[in-house]
Design a binder for this molecule. Structure first.
Ligand code: AMP
Ligand code: MG
Length: 498
């Protein structure tokens, strides 16, 4: 629907495409490859409304054809962008949109959003790939994009998903799916590295100027706008990763081609949410060295900013100025995680000894493999001055620990700390419930939805999204979605296969 309430035809969507106005070296114009007999799988009402579309209309044949790539809107200028990147710490050379096709951008009150079809066929950058995405990985991307947005974490969005019975070969034959993603821009760190490693300073500058003019206009007036860009991207990346740590999100493939120049969570593959706490947890089965483990994410974020800094160095001018911009990262991360940890523990003030209190907690959680999400959520129920026997009143959270004596020791310290703040239990719980989600996209929840969808029942995808859209709310009817993973889930493995 438009603002005036008239329905828009799929073919008439008023696409613009500012990226297509860059010189042709930055992309290849091409049409998506149609899929046979596409069908509607799911749409995000919240994402649809962002771009002024009526979610109900997305299930229509026209929109399904458009967002599968079987039809192209008159004003779209489909293209695949080129980029390179460091994969698992090693320079990988040219990658590019191997299976993502940008249609163009739609205006929103918060600025234009680009719409991109992921899985819409081969591009000149597909290398050995088939240009497709399987149902399994598309469901994961669709659900997690919207779940992260609901958690208040910067991310690309997912507008809708379509499917086709066309077979797609991975470890076994699966079926094809297309996710329509949305973001102000899909430019990555690797988009800049591409021109640096090809020794093309002119293109490097064109891209940087485009990104600054369009997404960071306030930086254009800085004495060194490119240095300011690197500093701002480092700041946003640090903040983003602090938010990931605070909800136990692990990206799984933090290659520089998956790092957004806008500080968005980008490219959902073998991600995971921390369950039984283990700082060394590796969510991506393919990541044998644990480069992208939970504990490593903050320093990898910094490493990736270094890769961007290397690429921007010719524009920034000196190593010192580049280093200064990169030095923004660590203090920003420390500040952001400190604020988030205080909020997670329901602490309003900061004291010198808070850090050891947090560290001790994580070490106890590690020893007892405590479920990350359940622990923080249940901690909100703790009474600062319990009336009866402590073991009874603390049971909800205490019973998560194997070593309950150790937990009692920590909780005594925590209570002493709470006693120095003037806030009622109910006010503290209400504040904690706004930052400690009850519902996250546990791997097994996604797997249940995937298994059903592979049998043509898409209802669980919709139902799960409805739960994850309200992660901080108590949803008594959906209590089961907050449960610990069942035994069968301990065998679940997610890899780069998608
Ligand atoms: P990812 O690990 O999904 O970030 O992908 C790394 C690179 O491989 C990107 O350039 C992707 O576009 C490309 N790619 C991944 N899967 C495929 C596929 N099935 N067909 C073509 N390109 C792909
Ligand atoms: Mg990628």
């Amino acid at each position: 629907m438009t603002a005036t309430g008239t329905a828009i035809n799929a073919a008439d969507l008023p696409f613009a495409n500012s990226f297509a106005e860059l010189p042709p070296a930055f992309y290849t114009r091409l049409m998506p490859t149609p899929l046979p007999a596409p069908y509607f799988l799911a749409a995000s009402g919240k994402a649809a409304r962002l771009v002024g579309l009526d979610p109900a209309s997305l299930a229509s044949e026209d929109f399904v054809a458009l967002f599968t790539g079987n039809q192209v809107a008159a004003r779209a200028k489909p293209l695949a962008a080129v980029y390179s990147g460091h994969q698992f710490g090693v320079w990988a050379g040219q990658l590019g949109d191997g299976r993502a096709i940008l249609l163009g951008e739609l205006d929103t009150p918060e600025g234009p959003l680009e719409l991109q079809l992921k899985g819409a066929g081969k591009t000149p950058y597909s290398r050995m790939g088939d240009g497709r995405a399987v149902l399994r990985s598309s469901i994961r991307e669709y659900l997690c994009s919207e779940a992260m947005a609901a958690l208040g974490i910067a991310t690309t969005r997912a507008l809708m998903m379509t499917g086709s019975d066309q077979g797609v070969l991975r470890e076994s034959v699966e079926t094809a799916s297309v996710v329509t993603r949305m973001a102000p821009s899909f430019v990555r760190f690797g988009s800049f590295e591409h021109w640096f490693y090809r020794d093309k300073p002119d293109e490097l500058r064109v891209l940087a100027d485009y990104v600054i003019a369009r997404f960071y206009p306030e930086l254009a007036a800085e004495p060194n706008p490119y240095q300011a860009l690197l500093a701002e991207v480092s700041r946003r990346t640090a903040r983003l990763i602090a938010q990931w740590q605070a909800v136990g999100f692990m990206h799984g493939v933090m290659n520089t081609d998956n790092m957004s120049i806008l500080g968005l969570t980008l490219d959902y593959g073998p991600f995971g949410f921390m369950e039984a706490f283990d700082a060394e947890h590796i969510c991506n089965h393919t990541d044998e060295q644990g480069r992208y483990s939970y504990a490593n994410q903050p320093q990898i974020g910094h490493w990736n900013c270094y890769a961007l800094g290397q690429a921007l160095l010719p524009l920034i001018g000196t190593v010192e100025a580049t280093q200064d911009a990169l030095d923004v990262y660590q203090p920003e991360f420390a500040r952001a995680i400190d604020v988030l940890m205080h909020a997670k523990l329901g602490l309003m003030n900061t004291e010198d000894d808070d850090r050891p209190l947090f560290d001790k907690l994580f070490s106890l959680m590690q020893d007892s493999h405590v479920d990350f999400t359940q622990f923080f959520r249940k901690l909100g129920q703790l009474q600062a001055r319990p009336a009866g026997e402590i073991a009874v009143s603390d049971a909800a959270v205490r019973d998560l620990f194997i070593d309950r004596t150790a937990f009692d020791g920590w909780v005594a310290q925590y209570r002493a700390r709470l006693a120095r703040e003037d806030r009622s239990d109910s006010a503290r719980k209400a504040a904690m419930d706004l930052v400690n989600p009850k519902y996250v996209l546990r791997n097994y929840l996604a797997q249940v939805a995937i298994d059903k969808a592979q049998n043509k029942d898409f209802s669980e995808v919709a139902r799960l999204l409805a739960v994850l859209e309200r992660p901080f709310d108590e949803q008594p009817e959906n209590e089961a979605y907050a449960a610990l993973p069942p035994d069968w889930a301990s065998h679940l493995e997610v890899s780069c296969s998608s």
